[in-house]
Design a protein around this ligand. Sequence first.
Ligand code: FAD
Length: 307
Amino acid sequence: MRGIMYDLIIIGSGPAGLSAAVYGKRAGLELLVIEQSGMSGGQVLNTYEVDNYLGMQGMNGFDMGMQFRAHADKLGVSFIEETVLKIESGEKVRTVVTGKNRFETKTVIIATGASHAKLGVTGESELSGMGVSYCATCDGAFFRNRTVAVVGGGDVAVEDAIFLARACEKVYLVHRRDELRAAKILQDRLMELSNVEILWNQIVTEIEGKDQVEKMKLQNTKDHTAAEKEIDGIFVAVGIRPNTTGIEGLPDMDENGYIQAGEDGRTSMEGIFAAGDVRTKRLRQIITAVADGANAVTSVQEYLLNL
Ligand code: FAD
């Protein structure tokens, strides 16, 4: 693959990257998608059920990811499984650097998405995979008839609690405030579940266990009293962070590490575009990521015409 001058290199193959690949390929661009994971689909792969993507109500996230990738495959899009570490910007040529290769291209779309945030408490990394999880859909089945905790108060945390309540004996939802941020419809569904207990105004201070999670230590955010609960697993759903750390040479970012770009995907650097969850935007969803991919390719085409 060395020696080719690509029109476009897309970094990441979640919904934004795959949409860009489909639009780019159909526009006749010489393009390559670089994806660090063995599978395309990004965060969608970890979604139990996607109920808000137009025309695909109730679709399993994994199947959706596979379907998105199959579309790109059918058009003959080239993929390579490597992690991008650096983008070098020349006047007209950009070089995308991975651990193994250097690829030359006229334009780049950064579609590296986002990842789960961590709690940062003692026991979290030590017991990761031993009861500490960031994906209820992936790991929930291991906790059938057990007691688990979900940490967070947004859509993902409440969705996870609802999902886990189907199989687990008891689900604690630990939230640091006295009201949830999740959509009203999700809150209503949660409140109907008799095996979910919300621990309001609480933060997790430590996760304990020998070879498996056994206990979480809590602190009240108002009166600072300490408490603990016996649990078999804990699902962390406290938000996402953009996947921009570890990549050198990126365009300007905001204070949270999101690449500053509007709907057209244009960034502070010529010929480098951003699409999907990684860019500054209001709503981070599959449908907006897919739209971003299409918009970014339109900007790429405009840029190439004027090169
Ligand atoms: P991502 O899906 O994050 O994909 C980014 C890709 O880039 C990944 O494949 C990653 O491996 C790759 N990558 C990252 N860094 C590098 C690198 N350095 N080199 C190479 N490759 C790299 N949205 C909905 O619309 N409906 C829902 O019901 C829904 N439920 C969700 C449930 C959960 C649990 C989560 C986590 C998210 C959910 N979302 C939902 C949000 C939705 O999944 C995201 O908005 C969407 O996946 C963003 O797409 P993306 O392509 O921008 O990024």
